[in-house]
Ligand binder design. Structure first.
Ligand SMILES: [Mg+2]
Length: 312
C-alpha cells in the first residue's frame, strides 16, 4: 500500500520537483500552495499521514501547520512532519522541532538525502501503525471473553452502568437478564471440556441472534450470561428471555462428537429510571434465575421490584 503524502510549498518550481520525485518513488501525493490549504487537507479524517511542509508560506507557516496537526493527533492518528527550510536558517529549526516537527530538510533539497529521510519516516509510520494495531488488540482482549467473543464480565458490567446512567437522565427502564445453562457440568463431565466450550460458543451465538441491536450480551461467569436491555419494560424483557429460552432448546447443539441438548434458565428484573443500582439488579436477577432452576429449569422467572425502590 502506498503512503499518502502532502507537499505544501508556495514555490511552484520546487513544489513540482518534489511532487514528481515522490510520485516516482511510489507515494500517493497531494499538494498545497500555502499553509492554510495544507491544514485543510491534513485535518481531514482520511488525510495523508506524511506531511512535507515548507517553513515560509503565505497565510500560515509550516510550524503553525505542524502545531495544529499535533493538536488533532487523537482524532487523526499520527502524522509524520518534515519541515523544509532555507539554507542559513538552521537556528530556526529548534523552534520547528519544538513545534512538533519530526525532521527537517534544508533547501534546495538534495534528492538522495530526501530519500534517506523518507525511509526513516516510513519506518516510524509503520511502527506507529503496528503499535496502534497492538493497542486495539489489547483493548479487545481486555473487554471480550476469549472463548465466545462476547463481552467479558468487566465490560458487561460497564455496559450496565452506562445504560443505568442514561436511564437516569431519560427516566427510562433498563432490564437485566441473567441466564445460566442447565446441567452444564454434566456436559463437561460426560463429553469433555472441548465439547463444553463448543456448546458455550453456540449458546452465545444463539443469544446474539435473538437479542435486539441495542442489547448487550456478556459472559458473566462459567456458563452464566448477562444481557442488559436498555429501554425494555418488564413485559418486553420477559418476552425477550422467553425467545432466548426457546431458541436455546429448539434444536440440538452440534459439537465435534455429539449433538447435545442445551437449555437455559433465565432470571429477569427491570429497573425504572436508572434505579436501583447495578448490584441490586443483578442480585434480583440472580434470585429469579435460582427460582427458575428450583422450578425445574428451562424456564424464565421474573422478579418485580417493589415500587418504593424508585423513590430514592
Ligand atoms: Mg516558501
Amino acid at each position: 500500500m502506498s503512503v499518502r503524502a502532502l507537499i505544501a510549498e508556495d514555490d511552484s518550481v520546487s513544489r513540482r520537483v518534489l511532487q514528481a520525485t515522490l510520485a516516482k518513488w511510489g507515494y500517493d501525493v497531494v499538494v498545497a500552495h500555502d499553509g492554510q490549504q495544507a491544514w485543510e487537507i491534513l485535518r481531514q479524517a482520511d488525510g495523508p499521514n506524511l506531511a512535507i511542509l515548507d517553513w515560509m508560506m503565505p497565510n500560515m507557516d509550516g510550524v503553525e501547520v505542524c502545531r495544529r496537526v499535533r493538536s488533532i493527533t487523537a482524532q487523526r492518528g499520527y502524522i509524520y512532519v518534515i519541515l523544509l527550510t532555507a539554507k542559513g536558517r538552521k537556528e530556526d529549526l529548534i523552534d520547528g522541532m519544538d513545534g512538533g516537527a519530526d525532521d527537517y530538510l534544508v533547501k534546495p533539497v538534495d534528492l538522495a538525502e530526501f530519500r534517506a529521510h523518507l525511509r526513516v519516516a516510513n519506518r516510524i509510520l509503520e511502527l506507529q501503525a503496528k503499535l496502534l494495531a497492538a493497542h486495539e488488540r489489547l483493548r479487545d482482549q481486555a473487554t471480550h471473553d476469549p472463548l465466545t467473543g462476547v463481552w467479558n464480565r468487566l465490560a458487561i458490567l460497564d455496559a450496565l452502568e452506562r445504560d443505568l446512567a442514561r436511564a437516569r437522565r431519560e427516566q427510562a427502564p433498563v432490564s437485566v437478564l441473567l441466564g445460566d445453562l442447565d446441567h452444564f457440568k454434566r456436559i463437561n463431565d460426560t463429553y469433555g471440556h472441548d465439547a463444553g466450550d463448543q456448546a458455550l460458543c453456540q449458546a452465545a451465538k444463539r443469544m446474539l441472534s435473538v437479542i435486539r441491536r441495542y442489547d448487550t450480551l456478556g459472559r458473566y461467569g462459567g456458563e452464566e450470561f448477562l444481557i442488559v436491555a436498555p429501554g425494555c419494560e418488564s413485559a418486553g424483557a420477559a418476552a425477550l428471555a422467553e425467545r432466548i429460552r426457546r431458541r436455546m432448546a429448539a434444536e440440538a447443539v452440534f459439537t465435534d462428537q455429539h449433538p447435545l441438548t442445551l437449555t437455559i434458565s433465565i432470571g429477569v428484573v427491570t429497573g425504572e429510571g436508572g434505579g436501583p443500582d447495578s448490584a441490586s439488579l443483578i442480585q434480583a436477577a440472580d434470585q429469579a434465575m435460582y427460582r427458575a432452576k428450583g422450578a425445574g429449569r428451562n424456564r424464565v422467572e421474573v422478579t418485580v421490584l417493589a415500587a418504593a425502590v424508585g423513590l430514592t
